[in-house]
Design a protein. Structure first.
Length: 209
């Protein structure tokens, strides 16, 4: 299945993508992780993207679409994929359609803004491998240390309070219209749950429909 995960920053898309990936044995493709890797490596695209990420703004469409097109051509995407963080705008969704990318289901994870702010304040990311954690919901075995590689866990700049508020504003203005876009195409499933387990159960039920 070719899936898209929608939801505000901090809605739990990354966590759910990992779970669905394991269950369906398809790759979870996070544009955020791809871009952060490019920034860390100092590639041409990474240098262009860095100023946008540092300010909490969205990376330009042409950069995102180029990344995704390359990634979807890889062999591990032949049996399906999960897109997390793309599309972010209706223009990007239309570009995906123009590229001939067939989407089977769009999962919209609904979480209130006040809960988003609380969640993101506790997020931690491994500075070495990019693995995600949360001090309350998904803590590492040893505080401040990645379970996977032993790297240091840090607070990303885009998880800091002022940046979170800016990111939510951008989401409501630019990304939320995708809900209507995919509802019109009969591909939208709204997921509404306060727990990781409940969200996973609702997603799996939606995929069976």
């Amino acid at each position: 299945m070719n899936l898209i995960l929608l939801g505000a920053p901090g809605a739990g898309k990354g966590t759910q993508a990992e779970i669905i990936c394991d269950k369906l044995r398809i790759p979870a493709i996070s544009t955020g992780n791809i871009i952060r890797a490019a920034v860390k490596e100092g590639t041409e695209m990474g240098v262009k993207a860095k100023s946008y990420i540092d300010s909490g703004a969205l990376v330009p469409d042409q950069v995102i679409i180029g990344i995704i097109k390359e990634r979807l051509a890889a062999d591990d995407c032949k049996n399906g994929f999960i897109l997390d963080g793309m599309p972010r705008t209706v223009a990007q969704a239309e570009a995906l359609e123009e590229m001939g990318v067939q989407i089977d289901k769009v999962l919209d994870i609904e979480v209130a803004d006040d809960k988003i702010i609380q969640r993101m304040g506790g997020r931690r990311v491994c500075s070495a491998c990019g693995a995600s954690y949360h001090v309350d919901f998904k803590p590492s075995a040893k505080p401040g240390v990645c379970d996977r590689c032993g790297g240091s866990l840090i607070v990303r700049k885009d998880d800091e309070p002022a940046t979170v508020l800016d990111r939510l504003k951008v989401y409501h203005e630019q990304t939320e219209p995708l809900v209507g876009f995919y509802r019109q195409r009969g591909k939208l499933a709204v997921i509404d749950s306060d727990t990781i387990e409940g969200t996973t159960a609702a997603i799996l039920k939606a995929l069976e429909a």
